[in-house]
Design a protein around this ligand. Structure first.
Ligand code: 13P
Length: 324
């Protein structure tokens, strides 16, 4: 796309946004041009909560389906648009509500902790949700000693190394994060020996084992702002590098692997955002019965100590999402 085309689309989007009282939210993995037109850039949970607290009537969710669904669950009175309906999540698709119901029958004592990277129907079957930012705290906050952690085995395994609870893992995984190998980190570290290494908890255990820090994308953004972080090897989807560099122009950010690209996150383009706002579709709606039960699992997470609810500072735009 030429600079002129991109400028034209940006203007059209701004005009439609104003006319329709819309808010554009972009996940940290979105293309740079999408992050640049968004009102807020953030992690999955932050964005859903911003959607819920905003007075906008329309939310354009530039992310993947489960994120837009979470926003639709938290704010059913708003129109939630996902500019490309095919923007799914392979990890979320590694479990169905029926499979979970069967597993629960075999594990009647277990409390089901469901990572938000899951379909609404699966959340509706779970006891409580968690995000990459609060999985350990959520697991620890439960009375039960037996936990069925779904669907990400690596996040579940990471939580199991931080708690005494017995955690039963579901065999799901994120294909993008598992593409990052221990050898990648060691090779990049060889080239930048002074750099710190931060990785997402969806990474393989052997990758997590050699990282300095393990954070979800929101935590990575905050970590990158610290004064003692000058060079950072980043073990997650490479879209986040755009935001890190933009917010920290004097620091060096190196992707742990150039292969860590989520194809679904890259489906959303400026053109699709424009069309979506103009035509008010595709809209994400969650059927009422599923929505109410999924909401209970999300609300339990938000009510838990360190449940990941956005702070008042963040709600008033001081931290850490980007308001333009
Ligand atoms: P965050 O909640 O850390 O942004 O992660 C979202 C995600 O989909 C990771 O693959």
């Amino acid at each position: 796309m030429t600079v002129a085309e991109s400028a034209y689309l940006t203007e059209e989007i701004a005009e439609l946004k104003w006319k329709k009282n819309a808010l554009i939210l972009a996940h940290n993995y979105q293309l740079g041009e999408i992050q640049d037109v968004a009102d807020y850039v953030g992690d999955s949970l932050e964005l859903s909560q911003i959607a819920a607290r905003s007075t906008a009537e329309v939310i354009v969710f530039c992310g993947v389906r489960f994120m837009a669904e979470t926003a639709a669950i938290l704010c059913p009175e708003k129109s939630v648009l996902l500019p490309d309906i095919d923007s799914g999540c392979l990890l979320a698709d590694m479990i169905t509500a029926e499979q979970l119901r069967q597993k629960k029958e075999n594990l009647p004592q277990a409390t089901v902790v469901c990572y938000v990277n899951s379909p609404a129907e699966v959340k509706a079957e779970a006891d409580i949700c968690c995000t990459s930012a609060n999985a350990v705290e959520i697991v620890d906050s439960l009375n039960s000693n037996e936990i069925l952690f779904i669907p990400d085995q690596h996040l579940g395994h990471y939580a199991s190394t931080k708690t005494d609870k017995h955690i039963i893992l579901w065999p799901g995984y994120c294909p993008t994060h598992t593409r990052i190998r221990r050898e990648d980190i060691l090779r990049v570290k060889g080239a930048y020996p002074e750099a710190k290494v931060v990785v997402h908890p969806e990474c393989r255990p052997e990758v997590i084992a050699i990282a300095d820090e393990v954070y979800g994308t929101g935590g990575m953004v905050r970590y990158a702002h610290r004064d003692d972080v000058k060079e950072l090897i980043v073990g997650t989807e490479i879209g986040i590098i755009h935001r890190l560099r933009k917010e920290n122009p004097n620091k060096r950010f190196i992707p742990a692997s150039e292969q860590a690209i989520c194809p679904d996150m890259k489906l959303i383009t400026l053109e699709k955002v424009w069309h979506s706002l103009r035509d008010m579709r595709p809209q994400i709606q969650v059927e009422e019965m599923i929505r109410d039960r999924a909401r209970t699992a999300i609300d339990r997470m938000l009510a838990a100590p360190s449940g990941g609810g956005i702070s008042d500072e963040m709600a008033t735009e001081k931290l850490p999402s980007v308001r333009r």
